[in-house]
Design a protein around this ligand. Structure first.
Ligand SMILES: [Zn+2]
Length: 340
């Protein structure tokens, strides 16, 4: 979690504060929401994994009651139905919570430009109700788009399903290994619980030979892939909210790629953060921003770039007196505001 709270996380916040200038409070609030969502999502997904393994471990332990405590092949058959059911439940729950968190991360992502938009409209005495509707629409549409997007041909729910199946394989492998070495069912149950709680190394310590044979059928941490996926989707959702909100905000000039300070090696993010489109370093014209995030675990941030609030309120007032004096605002009024 140090990526969210460590030195580089604090540096990123300083960068966001610096670049957002008069709008720093919106930038920092949005970032705070994002971090809270990330922590909450991690905790929920992790606990879903732990819970289903505990349920399976209980089934394993109960085998001892039905005669003999040594793990047998027939036990595998008895357990299979429970394992399949637990994995199906896990998959459904992770899928549902990922979709919910995507919607909330979109909302956090668009909150910056939403706040700016309401502020300048209020400043000029313009009714903001149409923009409230507009932001609500964006939230729903962007969340759907992120959830539906495919990576290597797999949708979010395909990828969640694949991770759930892998968890099933790891669980079955540990149980099968119990049969191979004739372990006590209670030991197998304990192995499963330990693995769910503390990862593979605790198993390696207790059962070095077993872990050698299991190899990479058992991942280091059973929920790691699910967490990585959910975090990537959340980052994409936050970014998509940011991008879509900039498109409808009258004072937006572009979108800035703010590089995460925790980049050990130069990668594609450095290129994006240093690109020059004539709007300042790393600032993209609306609609020309690169696909975000470019890789899993990317900690960069997209930051809306807006005109100075006081200047923009003056422009709005000028436009109200004479629409042709501010053609960009007039265009926004016709295409975004009135269309909402
Ligand atoms: Zn990055």
């Amino acid at each position: 979690m140090s990526d969210l709270f460590g030195q580089s996380a604090r540096e990123l916040i300083e960068r966001l504060r610096y670049h957002s200038g008069p709008y720093a409070k919106y930038a920092l609030e949005a970032r705070k929401k994002y971090i809270e969502l990330r922590l909450n999502q991690d905790k929920k997904i992790k606990s879903m994994y732990i819970r289903i393994i505990k349920n399976i471990a209980k089934e394993v332990r109960d085998l001892a009651v039905s005669g003999g405590s040594e793990m047998r092949i027939r036990h595998l058959v008895e357990l299979e139905k429970a394992i399949a059911e637990e994995i199906a439940t896990l998959n459904g729950e992770v899928d549902e919570i990922t979709a919910e968190f995507i919607a909330q991360a979109v909302e956090a992502g668009l909150s910056y430009s939403q706040g700016v938009t309401y502020e300048v409209l209020d400043g000029a005495g313009i009714d903001k109700a149409p923009m409230v509707r507009q932001f609500r629409k964006i939230n729903v549409r962007a969340a759907e788009a992120v959830y539906a997007r495919t990576i290597n041909g797999l949708s979010t729910s395909d990828r969640i399903w694949r991770n759930s199946q892998r968890a099933g394989t790891a669980i079955r492998s540990i149980i099968q290994e119990g049969v191979v070495i004739g372990k006590d069912v209670r030991d197998v149950a304990r192995s499963l619980e330990k693995y769910a709680q503390n990862g593979k190394q605790t198993l390696a310590k207790d059962y070095p030979n077993m872990m050698k044979r299991l190899g990479n059928r058992v991942p280091q941490d059973i929920s790691y892939e699910a967490l990585r996926l959910a975090r990537t989707e959340m980052t994409a959702a936050f970014g998509e909210g940011t991008i879509q909100s900039v498109r409808v905000s009258p004072s937006s000039k572009g979108i800035q790629w703010v590089l995460s300070p925790s980049h050990p090696v130069v990668d594609i993010c450095d290129t994006f953060a240093n690109a020059d489109h004539g709007l300042g370093k790393g600032v993209y014209p609306v609609g020309e921003e690169p696909r975000f995030p470019p890789h899993p675990n990317c900690l960069c941030s997209l930051l809306p770039v807006h005109e100075d609030p006081d200047d923009f309120v003056d422009k709005l007032k000028e436009w109200m007196d004479n629409p042709s004096a501010q053609p960009k605002i007039e265009e926004w009024y016709k295409e975004v505001y009135k269309a909402a």
